[in-house]
Design a protein around this ligand. Sequence first.
Ligand SMILES: *Cc1c(COP(=O)(O)O)cnc(C)c1O
Length: 430
Amino acid sequence: MDFQIDESFAATLDAQDPLASFRARFLHPTKPAAADGGATIYLCGNSLGLQPASVREAMNAHLDDWATWGVEGHFHARDPWYPFHETVREPAARLVGALPREVAAMNTLTVNLHLLMVSFFRPRGERRKILMDWPCFPSDIYAVKSQLRAHGLDPDADILWLRPRTGEQTLRTEDILGTIEREGGTIAITLLAGVNYATGQHYDMARITAAARDAGVVVGWDLAHAAGNVPLRLHDWGVDFAAWCTYKYLNSGPGAMSFVFVHERQLDRPDFAAMPRFEGWWGNDPKSRFRMGSDFEPVRSADAWGLSNPPIFAGVGVKESLRLFDEAGMDRLRAKSVRLTAYTEFMIGHAGGDRVRVITPSDPDQRGCQLSVVVSANAKGVHRSLVESGVVCDFREPDVIRVAPTPMYNSFRDVWRFARVLRRVLDSHS
Ligand SMILES: *Cc1c(COP(=O)(O)O)cnc(C)c1O
């Protein structure tokens, strides 16, 4: 793509953006105040997405209905609580390329990873390892190590790490596939990130899933940084299970409800009811849910992994946000994202020169919207100055700044302003 550095070019790209009006559907932070007198430049949707403008009214409606109806709100609230989780199933399934029954809203991400591993991590003899990608989000490491310990396995020996080659920052697909081919017989499950949180690399999920299944491995994905960021086709790819949170690219608010995916192949297993599973009343078939004291009868959908009645206040943002994703459409979001991210990479290069290096792959198929930028000198100070100048982005030790221009609510002009601040900050630190 041919980009130019001037502000009018950013304005032209914004004028051509069919999704530009979605920006106004979100509440944009005002703090920290921007040094140039404009609005805060928010490039942190990888960590916490912005608030859809409709959330407050929806939240208030639930508060009012609770006040008006008390327990009757389960059925008489304007958006009744009892079937609330049903109403987010289909939009979530569309977003990740799943059948509706393969998707369920419940809990939070790490909880869901545990619940899914209880069922799908069944080490037997030699086949007992969990394949993961490095660097890895700490919570996933804690979850996996504790699962290994719960099986009496060795958390240090029984995680098989995929690491970048010496001198490289990201994984090569051929190395991932090679490891699966070579070590497949020792791997029980894979639990890779669809998009790596630190490097922003998006793995070739279709090929990795196919290779792992060929090797007899159960395939799980952590989609925390992939859902709402890159197009997904979990059903067609044949993924066994997956989970993702909704407060990053899915803009559902801090601690909002998570989702699980379980492939229908797993749901239709003859031994479905007998699968090891941690059980609760919300995973029971709704037809017999209230027959207290009877045996657990799992509903034949991803809901079987649910434990509790849906947390409405952690779900309101999910519902409002998924409406916006349906309206914008993942295809259009992706098309804008590819352009916006390439423009961001171009502007970072222009502003930073050899003082910065983007370690996220430049191939659009291997990334979403996040760019991980290594700052060669005083990275932490540079990050602090960026924030003080009104740019919200985040920092990972020792020297990486992550910026995520999200196609849903960021503009090309946001990126242009960011680049101007970045150049000033880098100049002041050198
Ligand atoms: C954000 C994130 C989490 C956070 O988990 P919670 O249980 O929602 O706090 C876990 N894993 C990955 C890979 C993440 O990116």
